[in-house]
Design a protein around this ligand. Structure first.
Ligand code: BES
Ligand code: MN
Ligand code: ZN
Length: 485
């Protein structure tokens, strides 16, 4: 799908379909459209669409009305959703060439609207077809022309669209990595994916630690979890360093390429989607694929400890103790609570870099999905200002997060009889005790933990631009955070 921008108006565009945004309670710009709106009982509800015949005076054959919702409630996310609905509707009527105006509104700048529209359209058109014999189904829209009314809007919209292209590509990169079956996404493959994502990007370096290097570092958490797998673990450190860095952020992703549960084996149905367990790292790699082109004035680290959690004669056992990179020990009680053990190492590694902020993204607990459902990320933090910042970034990105408390009174639940900590805790409040364990490894640095166990993978279509499968959730929040820094 090609997305072009130019100055122009819908009435004069030659296209199979032109998309007309319509606010709830808004006026139609012709009697014909007014009549169609009445006939179809079209209310302008956000994301609703009606496809009608164009008027004789127009150069297009068809008009797709897309609801923009209440004008007062219009946000960047409305533009994302509405543009995605328009592309889906165009596809359904077989339109190949589509034109749409920048959904101008006083609440949101033309730049931001164009960015969101491009994200919505690209993500709506996303399909994972690597394992389909037919690589394309040929039903999609071929060209979208975004129209701006005047030269000034065109300039802002062009800037915004370029950002939207970056954000969408980063999100789709993350989706591709998560959708790839674990057989083709072993730890080494994740390293290669990271290398490819940043190849040739100015200011980005990448360093990796193989098994022997992890032993030298004392990364007993990653090594312990990886022990049962035929694939060796690898820790990856990407680094973007601009000349004029004002501060630094470390992004840490959970990178379990398959989570069978280990000897504490998962039941079959819980295992079906466990290729998703590297979605945190995928979000970090996705974000890194775009960072150099955003040229932010902040140093960014991207870190993940890739490994596979498998049962075998060599696997780590319940009752074993690992010594993590920080020197602190963890008793493994349940080998299925592996994410926090690997993150203990990567968070400690990140803390040693002394960044101003650490953000981790992890498909960490089923308990978080119980708490917040499939569409909302659990946010936990040791720093109120940092939590607010990440929360604001998530809102701009159109990704839902909700803060959960790291209650001190639950801290005793992660204490072990024989080691410094243990990796399991009672069932209740399982997202919080996992967060509390992570907190022990950030060395007091401002830190935000995002548990994306629910939103990382959609078991059903979630919205117009998030179909079934990997969502790339977290990627755009990280990019917004970097851009705001
Ligand atoms: N990767 C899972 C968490 C998960 C569950 C992600 C569902 C996505 C969807 C994690 O490693 C895990 O198994 N957590 C256990 C922890 C428990 C054993 C303390 C869980 O949530 O059941
Ligand atoms: Mn697990
Ligand atoms: Zn896991």
């Amino acid at each position: 799908m090609e997305i072009l921008l130019k100055k122009g108006v819908l009435g004069e565009e030659k296209a199979d379909a032109v998309v007309m945004g319509h606010f709830a309670g808004g006026k139609a710009n012709s009697p014909l459209i007014e009549r169609e709106i009445k006939d179809h009982a079209f209310t302008g509800k956000l994301g609703s669409t009606v496809s009608i015949r164009a008027e004789a005076a127009m150069k297009a054959r068809r008009v797709i009305l897309v609801g923009l919702g209440q004008p007062k409630a219009f946000t960047e996310e409305s533009a994302r959703e509405a543009a995605a609905c328009a592309v889906n509707a165009a596809r359904n009527v077989g339109a190949k060439r589509v034109a749409v105006e920048v959904m101008a509104h006083a609440n949101v700048s033309a730049k931001t609207v164009a960015k969101a529209m491009v994200e919505g359209m690209r993500l709506a058109a996303y399909e994972y077809r690597s394992y389909k014999t037919d690589k394309a189904d040929g039903r999609g829209v071929k060209v979208v022309t975004i129209l701006a009314l005047n030269a000034r809007d065109l300039k802002s919209a062009t800037d915004g669209a370029a950002l939207g292209e970056l954000y969408a590509a980063a999100t789709m990169k993350a989706r591709d990595l998560v959708n790839t079956p674990s057989a083709h996404m072993a730890p080494k493959d994740l390293l290669v994916a990271a290398q490819e994502a940043v190849r040739g990007h100015k200011g980005v370096r990448i360093r990796s630690y193989d098994k022997a290097a992890l032993e030298r570092l004392g990364a007993g958490g990653i090594l312990g979890i990886a022990q049962g797998s035929d694939h060796e673990p690898v820790m990856v450190h990407m680094r973007y360093r601009p000349a004029n860095a004002r501060k630094s952020i470390a992004l840490v992703g959970k990178a379990v390429t398959f989570d069978s549960g280990g000897l504490s084996l998962k039941p079959a149905n819980s295992m079906e989607t466990m290729k998703l367990d590297m979605a945190g790292a995928a979000a970090v790699i996705g974000a890194f694929s775009a960072i150099a082109r955003l040229h932010p004035r902040v140093e960014v680290h991207g870190i993940f400890g890739a490994c596979e959690n498998m049962p075998s004669g060599k696997a780590i056992r319940p009752g074993d103790v690992v010594r993590t990179l920080s020197g602190k020990t963890i008793e493994i009680r349940n080998t299925d609570a592996e994410g926090r053990v690997t993150l203990a190492d990567t968070l400690a590694y990140a803390a040693k870099l002394k960044p101003d902020l650490i953000v981790d993204v992890a498909t960490l607990t089923g308990a978080c999905v119980i708490a917040l459902g499939e569409e909302i990320t659990g946010l936990m933090s040791n720093d109120h200002a940092a939590a607010l910042k990440v929360g604001a970034a998530a809102v701009a990105a159109g990704e839902s997060v909700w803060e959960l408390p790291l209650e001190k009174r639950y801290r005793p639940l992660i204490e072990s009889d024989i080691a410094d900590f243990k990796n399991d805790a009672p069932r209740w409040g399982g997202a919080l005790t996992a967060g509390l364990l992570l907190q022990e490894f950030v060395n007091g640095i401002p830190w935000v933990h995002l548990d994306i166990a629910g939103p990382a993978f959609a078991e059903r279509p979630l919205n117009a631009y998030t179909k079934k499968g990997a969502t790339g959730h977290g990627t755009r929040t990280l990019l917004e955070l970097i851009r705001m820094a």
